[in-house]
Ligand binder design. Structure first.
Ligand code: G4P
Length: 527
């Protein structure tokens, strides 16, 4: 690589921050995303941000089912520039539209922003998404939202992060009052007070101070709130964790910011700090060792496939995370799994309705590739190599339905549809022992609806789904596996690769089965 090319690559990689926002529904993810996009001037009706009102359908609602429900089914990507950075936000749907796609998207992020409602603390979906990020060891930044409302004590919230999620925290700023009395925050790093100006919050007033002992802080906070603030900050200084960048980098310590997304309070400071602290695209593991983003040869992997964005054309889009090298439109790359060379002629990027054609892109960027049905989730594309990136994790399903075809004459199409949708990662399929009934497993209810809809729209098959009571699936490794052992509150089935899996109705049933089979191994994911 010439020095100029290397320099350009380094600059482009250094600029990039690719992250996902993880939160429980209603914590304010849409609001925060909109505000972030506004800072970058990239809002054009905020592309993939879901529409909250029926009249304001999110423009990423390509699929018919999305239109009907006014929500965004699958995760997409938003990009904007801010202060010399190129920011990629990966959208992770959180409502009923929670699915395996949501989890997989997290593999494409280099860091995560965890958004928490100050009144509710750590909620269910945040916990699940957090765990996926935790496994990858990526840095996690926390934004505690809705400080303009009565919320919980900030110390309580930090304690919860530690107790429920097992992550230590470092508050970057600290609230001065809350709810109706919310006056703003004290920025511990920059030793300044940021004032929240009630109704008129158009401008944020920032006052530089010498420390929290500064008389100015007392004046700005008012006597009553100041005493509390000074006590809190002292306690943090004495008993709180010190700021340790290494621990932030490995996901052991989360920098915490307090703010109010809807009032745009604390969002800009959050963004600026985040851009300073969040990692640039890092090397990714492959079958031939780590692939450095600065590697001259292009590489990337498919983390999600979205079908039917345009029903008239029945096209599919494969979302590819670039891991190394520079992408140029029209370039030829090796599609490693089938061992074929392909030309990337029609890559698209997504922001709002326009499918912008991408001419070039760099590590950390996500591009959408037109997919005539050749890609699978996890596929590697690369130049001048023959390696594959680490396999994408599969996730243990939590919802199960028995599925059958309404018209037995359509059995062939039914099987074809099930095979293809399983391959795409839309659903997981299990078969009962003996009767060979088919059971679908998913992590989010919407996956069933998408399955039903696509079977009809794409394969002309009407299916019947019958919900089952199971809540857990565990792959069992046991040389004497016996289906008779799993008759009550559980059932032994096989996955698509003929591995034995036990489905359980409750955690209790699962625990007691484990106790009764001490020599067996029960795995959360396929071996
Ligand atoms: P989500 O994407 O995480 O589901 O959350 P969303 O942004 O849709 O926000 C959920 C609700 O919380 C919205 O109210 C939103 O206005 C509100 N909200 C977000 N940030 C803040 C904040 O900082 N303070 C306060 N007080 N509220 C906040 P909604 O009534 O459900 O929707 P809408 O009628 O405002 O659209």
């Amino acid at each position: 690589m010439s020095i100029d090319t290397l320099q350009k690559m380094q600059e482009e990689v250094q600029k990039r921050r690719t992250f996902a926002i993880i939160s429980h529904p209603d914590a304010g993810k849409t609001t925060l995303t909109e505000k972030l996009l506004l800072f970058g001037g990239a809002i054009r009706l905020a592309g993939t941000v879901k529409g909250r009102k029926a009249s304001k359908h999110a423009t990423s609602d390509w699929m018919e089912i999305e239109k009907q429900r006014g929500i965004s089914v699958t995760s997409s990507v938003m990009q904007f520039d801010y202060d010399g950075h190129r920011v990629n936000i990966l959208d992770t749907p959180g409502h009923q539209d929670f699915s395996e796609d949501t989890y997989r998207t997290l593999t494409a992020a280099d860091s995560a922003v965890m958004l928490i409602d100050s009144a509710k603390g750590v909620e269910m979906q945040t916990k699940k998404l957090f765990q996926v990020c935790r496994k990858r060891g990526i840095p996690i930044f926390t934004f505690i939202n809705k400080m303009d409302r009565e919320g919980r004590d900030p110390f309580d919230l930090l304690e919860e992060l530690e107790e429920v999620l097992g992550i230590r925290s470092y508050p970057m700023n600290w609230p001065i009052g809350s709810g109706k009395q919310f006056r703003g925050v004290y920025d511990r790093h920059q030793t300044q007070v940021e004032l929240f100006q009630g109704e008129d919050h158009k401008e944020i007033h920032v006052r530089k101070v010498s420390g929290y002992g500064d008389d100015m802080v007392k004046e700005l906070a008012g006597e009553f709130l100041y005493d509390q603030l000074a006590q809190d900050l002292e306690l943090l200084d004495v008993a709180g964790d010190p700021f340790d960048y290494e621990k932030v980098r490995t996901g052991e310590l989360t920098p915490v910011f307090f703010g109010s997304a809807i009032n745009n309070f604390g969002v800009q400071t959050f963004l600026e700090n985040f851009l300073q602290l969040a990692p640039v695209p890092t090397p990714r593991r492959s079958t031939q060792g780590a692939i450095d983003p600065l590697n001259e040869q292009f590489s990337g992997y498919v983390f999600k496939i979205q079908a039917n964005m345009n029903p008239a054309h029945r096209d599919r889009i494969a979302f590819l995370r670039i891991c190394s090298g520079k992408f140029e439109r029209g370039m030829s790359v090796k599609h490693v799994r089938p061992g074929k060379d392909i030309k990337l002629a029609q890559p698209q990027q997504f922001l709002a309705q326009d499918r912008d054609i991408v001419e070039e892109a760099y590590p950390g960027d996500i591009i959408g590739l037109f997919d005539p049905g050749i890609f699978r989730i996890g596929d590697t594309l690369c130049q001048g190599g023959n390696y594959e990136f680490d396999e994408l994790p599969t996730f243990s399903p939590e919802l199960f339905s028995k599925v059958s075809v309404k018209n037995a004459l359509k059995h062939k199409q039914f099987q074809k549809g099930v095979d293809q949708l399983t391959e795409e990662g839309t659903i997981q399929v299990f078969r009962t022992i003996g009767f060979d009934d088919m059971i679908l497993g998913v992590v989010g209810q919407l996956q069933f609806e998408v399955f039903e809809y696509r079977m009809k729209a794409e394969y002309g098959v009407e299916v019947q789904l019958q919900r089952m009571n199971f809540q857990f699936a565990r792959w069992i490794i046991d040389k004497d596996v016996d289906s008779a052992k799993f008759r009550i509150n559980s059932q032994l089935v096989k996955d698509k690769n003929n591995n034995f899996v036990v489905l359980f109705e409750s955690e209790y049933a699962m625990r007691s089965a484990m106790d009764k089979s001490p020599n067996a191994q029960f795995l959360e994911n396929a071996p």
